[in-house]
Design a protein around this ligand. Structure first.
Ligand SMILES: [Fe+2]
Length: 167
């Protein structure tokens, strides 16, 4: 994992975790606990970590999502991710293979980019403005984890907070 903020780059894992936590994002770094090379299913390879994560954040399900230059309509798919948006559920992505870039707009501070690679877990909380792009390698395989059944709905408009508090 690498984080780019303006001209600064964070490569240290602990520093990255601390930086992300300031904005409510969670990062972790997983090694496969199942090392049997005949097992290729990422959901089996990382079963224990997924179960721990589900308990920690109350997630209910997980699946595997892959995109590469061979994916049909890749550009069309990416065009939905590249535009800044947020979700009503957390966006939880563990990178199994390949790489990707999450752009995060904390609104209170300048946007920054999180470059993910195999072994990186990133949790982008619900309502956090973000976007996603592939790198030039155009290849990623991720485990996705959800609070509800798998769904992906991007909300492109920013929230208008109409709540006023009188104290
Ligand atoms: Fe998203």
């Amino acid at each position: 994992m690498k984080i780019k903020i303006n001209t600064k780059t964070i490569t240290d894992k602990n520093e990255a975790k601390t930086f992300l936590s300031k904005y409510g994002l969670y990062a972790d770094f997983w090694q496969p606990e199942v090392t049997d090379s005949s097992i290729s299913d990422p959901l089996v390879k990382y079963k224990n970590q997924i179960e721990k994560l589900k308990k920690k954040f109350g997630y209910a399900s997980a699946d595997v999502c892959a995109m590469s230059s061979n994916t049909q309509n890749l550009d069309k798919m990416l065009s939905a991710f590249i535009k800044e948006h947020h979700h009503s559920d957390d966006e939880v992505r563990f990178t199994v293979e390949g790489e990707g870039i999450f752009g995060i707009n904390p609104l209170t501070d300048p946007p920054f980019e999180v470059y993910v690679e195999p072994g990186d877990l990133l949790v982008v909380p619900a309502d956090t403005r973000h976007w996603f792009d592939l790198t030039d390698k155009k290849n990623i395989c991720c485990i996705r984890v959800f609070k509800e059944n798998p769904k992906w709905e991007a909300i492109y408009e920013m929230h208008v907070n109409t709540t006023t508090s009188i104290s």
